[in-house]
Design a protein around this ligand. Structure first.
Ligand SMILES: Cc1cc2nc3c(=O)[nH]c(=O)nc-3n(C[C@H](O)[C@H](O)[C@H](O)COP(=O)(O)OP(=O)(O)OC[C@H]3O[C@@H](n4cnc5c(N)ncnc54)[C@H](O)[C@@H]3O)c2cc1C
Length: 531
């Protein structure tokens, strides 16, 4: 998957399907469409998965919480997709053991019953049976949780993945199957024919500044929380479809939980669910659900959200985390479908299922849903596109389609995340031995990964490398800042850029990374309180 900015797109009026948005949803549609023989173009305004699709809780799941809400159909579909995704992206999706600690016997009975139903709904796609563990067994599995009052726990299985890496591998799968994918390419307007039907997009390459016009038989709006911006390009009076809801995660040292299993807190003080998930040798804790009136590509955590996560974790962990222990904090926006009654203050009753609709002749919008169900959402979208635009296409094949890099097993080496590409990265490090050096003493990642991603994964910037190819910015923002100069140096060499480009890149990245570091003034006041 080579970078495209050396060979920009020409004007083209020949596409069957044009997809706007390179998150989970758009990328899934690209793979589905191209493997059905449709001439497919996808444009993404920033990097693939720059939006919500790199900011999830990293669960490939049926959604235990939706089961509690009685949404059986949603859970059943998602459990099937969980199984398919694990089969087709084995290198990125792991089975994970989740522990729900119970401090009263009623909870034991309630969660064991609910999770037995969850297992049953998975049918042939089951990841394993749920089970009760007594207090001693629970503490042996998860020594980091509070022992006082503990009756036992319920163990259940779900999936865990690396969201942004999966997005990159799905993009590669689409390209290998004939699609054209452009990152850093923004849609600035839609074009219409004389019958007022949407027929094309005006795009700008945000790196070179080149603009072109692309025409297609059908345009798919898969822009997550940005769908309303695209809809307004078609009809300035279009009704709001999406209500953004912010979810924040903090990353801590894995020693806080001291376990290979993940912790699930089924009911926090505000009635929501909180997870603490071991991820890339650290502990990811979240999330929140805060309705917002605005959307952006870099949403920022609110102080109340971080306070809430830390306080909830502290009430379950033996060692209470402090804000100074936060290695990274990141936020994502759920593109929840807006309620038709216009109630803007609650996100609880807003549908978590996806919405798929013909928004105008020639324009289809797909929004909402989950990462876990991206494949099924794509299948439904392409089915609708075929029907709407009268396209000639073959049947969907993605249930059995392996994602780029898929291996038979997943391993523990940090390069296993690249799946079948691991060997090539090792080969690169062997042929250029200076690339076998580590980038940072705290992380196992080597220089060859930077060069690999620049040459094969369409990475353009330091951020692309440190946020979404390696996940360092999401894991430890200070370490990411320390790595930035080395990444800039190698990218400048690869892309034949001047020292001024390198310096600009570092400044831009440092600015961004500061937003992932929990603010120092907060920590100082906390230190005083805890003295
Ligand atoms: C906090 C949180 C936790 C979550 N956890 C989970 C989880 O554990 N498991 C799970 O299954 N799901 C989870 N989800 C849901 C899942 O992450 C989302 O459903 C999914 O990522 C949405 O993908 P998307 O492609 O629709 O949106 P996005 O990933 O936001 O992609 C939309 C893209 O469109 C691009 N775009 C916008 N405007 C333009 C334009 N004019 N031109 C070109 N491109 C444009 C944007 O740059 C963006 O990259 C979570 C969501 C959140 C917020």
């Amino acid at each position: 998957m080579k970078r495209l900015h050396n060979q920009p797109l020409q004007n083209n009026s020949d596409w069957d399907i044009i997809i706007i948005g390179g998150g989970a949803t758009g990328l899934g549609v690209a793979v589905d469409a191209t493997t059905r023989g449709l001439k497919t173009l996808l444009v993404e305004q920033a990097d693939f998965a720059k939006g919500t699709s790199s900011r999830s809780t990293k669960l490939v799941h049926g959604g235990v919480r939706y089961l509690a809400q009685g949404d059986i159909k949603l859970v059943k579909h998602a459990l099937k997709e969980r199984g398919l995704l694990q089969k087709n992206a084995r290198h990125l999706v792991d089975k994970e053991e989740f522990i729900i600690p119970c401090y009263d016997w009623f909870s034991v009975a309630k969660y064991l019953t609910g999770l037995t139903v969850y297992d049953w709904l998975a049918g042939n796609y089951s990841f394993g049976k749920s089970k009760f563990f007594n207090k001693q067994e629970t503490l042996a599995l998860m020594p980091g949780i509070k022992a006082k009052g503990l009756k036992g726990s319920i163990r259940y299985y779900d999936g865990k993945f690396d969201d942004a890496r999966l997005a990159i591998n799905i993009a590669q799968t689409a390209i290998e199957n004939g699609a054209t994918l452009c990152n850093y390419t923004k849609v600035v307007s839609l074009s219409k024919n004389i019958e007022n039907e949407v027929e094309g997009i005006q795009i700008i390459d945000t790196i070179t500044g080149d603009t072109t016009h692309q025409k297609g038989k059908v345009i798919i709006n898969a822009t997550g929380v940005f769908v309303d911006d695209i809809l307004r390009m078609s009809d300035e009076h279009s009704k709001k479809l999406v209500r953004p809801s912010q979810g924040v995660h903090v990353v801590l040292d894995k020693a806080f939980l001291n376990s290979k299993s993940a912790l699930m807190i089924p009911k926090t003080s505000d009635g929501r669910v909180l997870f603490a998930v071991p991820w890339h040798e650290h502990l990811l804790v979240g999330t929140t659900d805060t309705p917002l009136n605005e959307h952006s590509l870099e949403p920022r955590a609110l102080k109340e959200e971080v306070d809430f996560i830390i306080a909830t974790a502290a009430s379950y962990f033996n060692t209470k985390p402090l804000k100074k222990d936060i290695l990274s904090v990141f936020s994502g926006l759920r593109p929840l479908a807006a309620p038709s009654n216009g109630d803007v203050n609650s996100t609880k009753e807003i549908s978590r299922d996806h919405k798929l609709m013909v928004s105008a002749k020639g324009l289809i919008t797909i929004t909402g849903g989950k990462w876990t169900t991206y494949r099924r959402m794509a299948e439904e979208t392409v089915d609708l596109a075929i029907e709407h635009a009268g396209l000639v296409a073959s049947a969907c094949i993605t249930k059995d389609l392996k994602i780029h890099g898929c291996t038979l097993t997943s391993g523990n080496h940090h390069l296993d995340i690249y799946g079948t590409d691991r060997q090539e990265i090792e080969q690169l490090a062997k042929s250029e031995p200076e690339l076998s050096a580590r980038i940072h003493p705290k992380f196992p990642n080597i220089l060859a990964e930077i060069v690999w991603s620049a040459r094969n994964e369409m990475a353009e910037t330091i951020e692309d490398i440190l946020s979404r190819r390696m996940r360092i910015l999401f894991i430890d923002a200070k370490a990411a800042k320390e790595m930035a100069p080395k990444v800039a140096e190698l990218l400048a060499k690869e892309f034949k850029q001047q020292i001024s480009w390198e310096k600009d890149q570092i400044d831009i990245f440092n600015n961004l990374a500061d937003g992932y570091i929990y603010q120092t003034q907060e920590i100082e006041s906390e230190t005083e309180i805890t003295k």
